[in-house]
Ligand binder design. Structure first.
Ligand code: FAD
Length: 347
């Protein structure tokens, strides 16, 4: 029996979507800047609490849109002419010069691959497409084992060579096909945050497809209230609300982008060691980090590793992680020491 759940929507239900707050004079206060649009196959929302007089709203919106369009043109596997797609299409092992945005994301992706012993691996792109979670339309069926084995043989982040000073990359394996869906949205969040801060904007929330970065205060003069969803695919339920700021947050899970076949769930997080979607009991993991790009990649890395190996890595590497695990009695939360410490220090 096939059940199809294909939502390309954000993981986080952002509680501060209510754009007004009551001030002490009971006059509703609204955010002077709220900007929501579509990008990278998902939505983005930017909220600013205090806008410097020198900043013009329409100019800022254009700057943000131009920046995100540029990053989409560098990092997308959905745009056939993007810098990444042109690299993927070339079955050659020549060095290729790439834009700085792609270089920065690839360097961080390799670092997280090494940190997670290959659980995070952007060369899974062909497997993602084979399972129907990539650029081709979903087909809700498991690929043939022989094809899977053939594709697995061409994988491995170590087949990507990076010459950082020269901003160029090359394939050691001509068939290499890179997919940045697990890290590039986080990078885009960081870049938008930078664009705001250079204009002295220091109270903001930037969110793209569930990756989020917060600074300063919300409209009520407090920390930003962010809800983390219960990882259920049926309806949207809040697991917990956290009040945070001056940090980035990313969540990965198996409950939004998946299909079920004969009662088995196949989600879009692929274990590069098996070539198959993950099968463990970790339903979602939320990461806090100073960088949204790092939080984004670590969330997928730990999602691949699962509740035990992922927790060990979080403890060893001081990663602030909240695990939501499926048990026979329902969902159980488990926080890494760094996640607990973050809230102790900021409350
Ligand atoms: P996350 O959990 O953050 O990442 C899961 C994704 O990472 C998987 O979908 C897969 O692509 C990849 N992945 C799976 N396993 C691994 C692994 N072991 N290691 C590394 N990566 C892995 N979607 C569209 O439908 N249309 C678009 O036009 C479109 N454009 C995009 C442009 C850009 C620049 C990017 C970055 C993504 C784009 N996407 C598009 C994809 C979409 O935005 C999301 O990235 C996708 O739905 C997964 O994001 P997530 O946060 O839900 O999952």
């Amino acid at each position: 029996m096939l059940k199809i759940f294909e939502f390309r929507i954000t993981f986080l239900l952002i509680l501060c979507l209510n754009l007004v707050a009551c001030s002490d004079t009971n006059q509703p206060k609204t955010y002077p800047f709220v900007y929501t649009e579509m990008i990278m196959g998902t939505s983005f929302t930017i909220k600013i609490t205090t806008l410097p007089a020198a900043v013009k709203i329409e100019t800022l919106k254009n700057q943000i849109k131009n920046l995100l369009d540029k990053l989409n043109g560098d990092l997308s596997t959905y745009e056939p002419k993007s810098a990444l797609s042109l690299f993927n299409q070339k079955l050659s092992s020549d060095w290729q010069i790439i834009p700085n945005s792609l270089l920065i994301v690839l360097v961080e992706a390799q670092r997280i691959s090494q940190l997670s012993a290959g659980a995070f691996d952007i060369s899974v792109g062909k497997l993602v497409n084979l399972w129907g979670f990539g650029v081709e339309p979903m087909h809700f069926s498991a690929p043939d084992d022989n094809i899977l084995k053939k594709v697995l043989a061409t994988l491995g982040y170590q087949h990507l060579l990076i010459d950082k000073p020269a901003s160029k990359i090359k394939k050691q394996q001509p068939e290499l096909y890179l997919d940045l869906s697990a890290i590039a949205k986080g990078y885009a969040v960081d870049q938008v945050a930078l664009l705001l801060e250079v204009q002295e904007i220091n109270d903001y929330m930037v969110e793209i497809g569930g990756e989020i970065r917060l600074k300063g205060q919300n409209i009520s003069g407090a920390g930003w209230k962010i809800a983390i969803e219960k990882p259920t695919s049926e309806k949207r339920v809040i697991q917990k609300v956290v009040s945070i700021s001056n940090i980035a947050m990313a969540t990965s899970g198996d409950y939004r982008n998946f299909f079920e076949l004969e009662g088995k769930r196949y989600s879009h997080t692929i274990d590069p060691r098996t070539g198959r979607p993950i099968t463990h009991q970790l339903a979602s993991v939320t990461i806090l980090n100073n960088s949204a790009m790092t939080a984004d990649a670590l969330a997928t890395a730990i999602m691949v590793l699962g509740e035990d190996e992922g927790y060990r890595l979080a403890q060893q590497q001081n990663i602030a992680a909240l695990f939501i695990i499926k048990t026979t009695e329902g969902f159980v939360e488990k926080s890494s020491s760094a996640f607990i410490k973050f809230f102790k220090e900021t409350s």
